[in-house]
Design a protein around this ligand. Structure first.
Ligand code: FES
Ligand code: FES
Length: 160
């Protein structure tokens, strides 16, 4: 298949790449850009482990062709890190609440939670459960994940 040139903007950096047009965003992130934080589990749009943000909205990178998101702002879990290399508040909250076990769902869960909180800064527990309902976790039973997300929401509310 004839290769194409693309510019992908990931975590604020522009990357010029030369790939087959049928390569998914997930493949390109992991194999071309070595951003292996984004995980592949089902590979068919069901589990959410490959979730990244595209212009602030969560998308399944296993179902998205890299060519479809040329020029868009893509954010992966690596992009959550603060400038000084500290963890994002949501990442720290997941650790503090024991919301990470095997960790395979965690990058995708974090990205869905991030996008959710940006849209819903004062959510109910039910709304959080709904907000992450596209992300499957086989380990935690979800309660600690919901607690971690709720804690971040409450803390940002109290900071006004
Ligand atoms: S790996 Fe993409 S949704 Fe499961
Ligand atoms: S922590 Fe193992 S799948 Fe979620």
């Amino acid at each position: 298949m004839k290769k194409i040139s693309l510019m992908l903007k990931v975590n604020g950096e522009e990357h010029d790449i030369y790939i087959s047009p049928n390569r998914t965003l997930l493949e390109v992130l992991r194999e071309e850009l070595e951003l292996t934080g984004t995980k592949e589990s089902c590979g068919e749009g069901v589990c959410g482990s490959c979730t990244v943000l595209c212009n602030g909205f969560p998308i399944r990178s296993c179902l998205t062709l890299a060519a479809e998101v040329q020029g868009a702002e893509i954010t992966t879990v690596e992009g959550l890190r603060e400038e000084e290399g500290q963890l994002d508040v949501l990442q720290q909250s997941f650790i503090d609440h024991g919301a990470v076990q095997c960790g395979f769902c965690t990058p995708g869960m974090l990205m869905s939670a991030k996008a959710f909180l940006n849209r819903n800064p004062d959510p109910s527990e039910d709304a959080i459960r709904q907000g992450i309902s596209g992300n499957i976790c086989r380990c935690t039973g979800y309660t600690k994940i919901v607690d971690a997300i709720m804690d971040v929401a409450k803390r940002s509310q109290s900071r006004g």
